[in-house]
Design a protein around this ligand. Sequence first.
Ligand SMILES: [Zn+2]
Length: 68
Amino acid sequence: MPLFDYQCKECGEVFELMVRFSEANQAQICPKCESKNTQRQLSIVASFKVASSSSSNSSSCGTQGGYT
Ligand SMILES: [Zn+2]
């Protein structure tokens, strides 16, 4: 089961819970104050790192565009 972050609106507690995807959007009970006034935090999705580091030796022809 995936881990979700929740924040309690009552006491501000942030807690993680393992819940099913089908239950992820339901309000969970705050472990601190036992309030159900909680909201799921949008977990920061690991940003995709585009692997663009294909260092191809672009051999630029030397003398071009004579700025003199
Ligand atoms: Zn709470």
